[in-house]
Each structure stands twice: as C-alpha cells, then as structure tokens.
Design a protein around this ligand. Sequence first.
Ligand SMILES: [Zn+2]
Length: 341
Amino acid sequence: MNTGIVYDPVFLKHEQPGHPETAKRLESILAGLKEKGLLEKVKQIKSRQAETKEITLCHSNDYVEFVKDFCQKGGGYLDPDTYSNKFSFLAAATSVGSAIDLTKSVIIGNLKNGFALLRPPGHHALSNRSMGFCLFGNIAIATKNALTQSGINKVAVVDFDVHHGNGTQALIGDDPNILFISTHQYPFYPGTGGIREIGEGNAEGTVVNIPLPAKVGDVEFQLIFENVIIPSLEKFSPDLILVSAGYDAHWDDPLADLNLSLAGYDWISRKLNQSAEKICSGKIVFFLEGGYNLQVLSSGVANSIRALLGIEDSEDPLGRISHQEPNIERIIKELISIHKL
Ligand SMILES: [Zn+2]
C-alpha cells in the first residue's frame, strides 16, 4: 500500500507579498520532494473543494458565507494576522475537501498513510472567525468527518506546531471520542494551551496541553514523547491518528524560539508513525500547518514523508544548535499526574 499526498495549484494563489505565510513555503516543499525523488514514490490523490455542509461541521454558516463573499470581492485582511485575496476562499475550501478525502482514503485502506500539503493552514481558525493565518480548521473538520466513517470510533490529533492549536482545541476539544495533544512554546502566541486546560465535562482528560519554555529542543522533546505523548496515545487507543505538522519549532525558524533540529523532527515523525503501526494499523495522516524557514520546510516535510514511506534515510543540512536545554522534569511530572499516565 501507498503513502498518499494531496495538493492543489490553487494553494499557491493564496498569497500576500511580504507575509511569512507565503506560497513559497509550499513551492519549496514540492520542489524538494521532486528533487529528492520522493514525488514518484507517493500516490497523489485528487484535490477537491469542500461543500459548505462539510465546512460547517466546525464553522458557522454565517462565517463561511462571509469568507466566501469577502474573497469574491477581492479579499483583504480578515483579522490583523490573516490575509485573503480573491483565491483564498477557494484555496481554504479546497484544503478542507482535500484533507477530508486524503483521510478517508487512509481510513478505507486505499492508502497506508498520508501527508496533506495544505495552504492556508488551519489549527488557529475558530468557529466564527479566522485567526493566525488560518481560515478553516482543516484537521478539525477532517477529524469530525472521520468519526462518521465506519470503523472509526476514536481519533487522536497530535499538534507539534510551535504554536498552541487553539482552534483545533476549540472546535473538537469537547468531544470525548477525540484526544487532542499539543506541544507548544508557552507563554507565546496565541496565549492558550496551559497545562490545566484538559477538556471539560465528559471530555475531561481528552485534551493534553504540553506548554514548553523557550529553548526546549530535541532531548526534551524525546522525553515528552516517551513519557507523555506515546503513553497518552496508547491509553486512549484511537482508530486513527491525525497530525498537525508545523515545522516552526525548529531552532532556525524566524517566528518562534524552540530549538528542535531537523533530526529531532525526524525522530518525532518516526515515533508517531511507529505508534500508529502499534495502535491503529498504521493509519496516520499529517496535515501541513506552520513553518516559516523554507529550507526547514523542504527538508522537514521530506523527512516526514520518508518516515511514512518507511525509508530509513533522513537529512539535516542545518544541524543542531548548541545550547543548554531548560529542565522540564517538573512539567513532565505534572502531566503524568494530571493525566494519570
Ligand atoms: Zn505555528
């Protein structure tokens, strides 16, 4: 069985000169996959624009209509961080439709696993407004839709973007059949994601926030995965794992201050893939979120796709940054206690 990807040329038309969330991000990923011979090893599925009723699995109808209308009129800034142009609604709706279809292909067994190369990203988008470069919650909607498919009763979402996946948490964190785990620099944009935000009511305990101080890197991430994330996944035992893959926790990313290397990211991708093999017959789909250093994106996504393909090689042309990693033993202990791991 194959590893699938999905992508649409309209993703490159959502663009604003000078903005860090640029079409060059995806261009550099695609050029890298081609140059490294990885495009020929994956199966590219057809992209598709989502129907409104799919987007409203997580967003209000008024908001969807507003974005559509605003973009048709030429677009502009939807909020202080999030731009749009006349192609942005189509790009965002196509991201959602493509996310749904790639996930479905993995669920029904047409593909082993996959990576959705989406723009705009989605994990900050809220029910009735855009936020943090995100228009619609791609991964949240794909999760909701996955739960309507036969054989999928529980889904885990792991978000390793440097920013808290506040949108994903707001859109699906109240569902006891969804485990949401986020690692993020904290305190930092968007300000949410404290260790005590664990879900409410019958979803209490299904939100695992892992707030990290600046400078945390490969060694500490390994401890977090081995002591918190993997045990949480094994305890929840999902039928499918979805990943918000943001490459902005890299030490050379211009927007944030965590210190993962590409080798560290590679280890994380392989660890998640191994967990999926163990827990849910390898059913795992990555969704592109942030990452603003073009070389990191190109190598980072290539490594993640190699992990999905089961190719052992990986690349880290930037190397590690030498620094003292902060001690996060207290945070790990607290997480083990709160989540009874
Ligand atoms: Zn981010």
